[in-house]
Design a protein around this ligand. Structure first.
Ligand SMILES: [Zn+2]
Length: 364
């Protein structure tokens, strides 16, 4: 298939607009019309991974961590990133990354961690905020179903496990077209009253263009009246981190052994043991320690994340067991998410996991 087909699928499935402002997710390297034949999935894009892609004849590398993240000042052999970019271009290998949007995605990195630990009742730890909009529009009663369906088809009206959510009230609209108008009903120059339904629904802000496009193309009026409101509602279906529960509480030492085994973590670091049994778990793959107050407020007995600094461990303050299981270790299962996403849409497309160990950290 063409590179642009896979890239635009991933862009919309793991919405690019979910990414944090500092991030650089999406297509990193590649020409949209290039034919791609097989993908190599990895956490990090290193020279070693590109060597593996060349050897395995994979012409796209899909990663969680973007290859191009900070400002790239030159593409030369002076830096690891420069050498890797150079090698990709020289061997016609595309690179696509889904980073913080995959963290926030409903089936993202932290949910995968929770599943690997065998947790039940998994919920988002820090739900998305300020990403929702309300649409209100006025539709002649005869066209309500047509317009409403078009708006729902474009992705509006989803709340948690429900779709096609909306509200309708009936009333009377009025309009008068001038000499240049071509009114749907009534005559030019005369005020007309029409039985209309006021239809309102909710949507992600990133769907605005698509939903308004569907509204305008399905609505019979020459000029469509609509209002858009930014909402402060949280969206509980997606966000950073997760909570979940063990069916049977376990001791702290047993939990630490389980974390080490599930994530193959060789160097667990953790705060003072609290002496409590562990039932509720909060976790966030990668650098998630900024969520420690949210994890404590959630009532979790333990918070598992990575990149925890010395002083952060004091902040656990005997209220929670704080565990650093390693950045690579907590995020490596992101490869499974990326593979499943690609296979769901393109079951015949060849996808393989990289066998190159990209963890830059070693343990004694
Ligand atoms: Zn990461």
């Amino acid at each position: 298939m063409k590179l642009k087909v896979l890239a635009s699928y991933l862009d919309s499935e793991v919405p690019l607009s979910f990414q944090e402002s500092y991030d650089n997710s999406g297509l990193q390297i590649g020409i949209a019309d290039t034919e791609i034949t097989s993908a190599l999935i990895t956490l990090d894009v290193t020279e070693g991974v590109i060597d593996e892609a060349i050897k395995e004849k994979c012409n796209i590398v899909v990663s969680h961590h973007p290859l191009i993240f900070g400002g790239v000042k030159n593409i030369s052999d002076a830096t690891q990133v420069g050498r890797t970019i150079y090698k990709c271009i020289k061997h016609d290998i595309a690179v696509y990354s889904a980073h913080t949007n995959l963290d926030i995605f409903k089936n993202g990195v932290s949910r995968k961690m929770a599943e690997k630990l065998g947790l039940k009742d998994i919920k988002v730890l820090s739900p998305l905020e300020n990403r929702l909009m309300k649409l209100v529009t006025y539709i002649p009663v005869s066209h309500l179903d047509k317009v409403r369906n078009a708006v729902f088809e474009a992705g509006a009206g989803v709340i948690g496990n429900y779709d096609k959510c909306g509200f309708v009230t009936d009333g009377t609209g009025s309009f008068r077209g001038n000499e240049s108008a071509n009114p749907y009903a009534g005559n030019k120059g005369e005020m007309h009253h029409e039985n209309e339904s006021r239809f309102e629904t909710i949507m992600f802000s990133y769907l605005k263009e698509k939903v308004i496009g569907a509204l305008l193309s399905s609505h019979p009026y020459e000029e469509v009246a609509y209002d858009l409101y930014e909402l402060e509602n949280k969206y509980y279906g997606s966000g950073l981190g997760c909570t979940g529960e063990f069916s049977e509480p376990l001791g702290e030492e047993e939990l630490l052994k389980q974390i080490a085994s599930v994530f193959k973590a060789k160097g667990l670091r953790f705060s003072k043991l609290t002496g409590n049994k562990i039932k509720k778990v909060a976790l966030c793959g990668g650098s998630g320690v900024s969520l420690l107050p949210v994890a404590i407020a959630s009532g979790a007995d333990v918070f598992i994340t990575a990149d925890i600094k010395y002083h952060n461990f004091f902040d656990a303050d005997n209220k929670i067991l704080l565990v650093d299981a390693g950045h690579f270790e907590t995020e490596k299962y992101s490869s499974e998410i990326l593979k499943d996403l690609i296979k769901k849409k393109f079951p015949k497309f060849a996808v393989r996991f990289s066998e190159t160990n990209t963890n830059p950290i070693n343990y004694l």
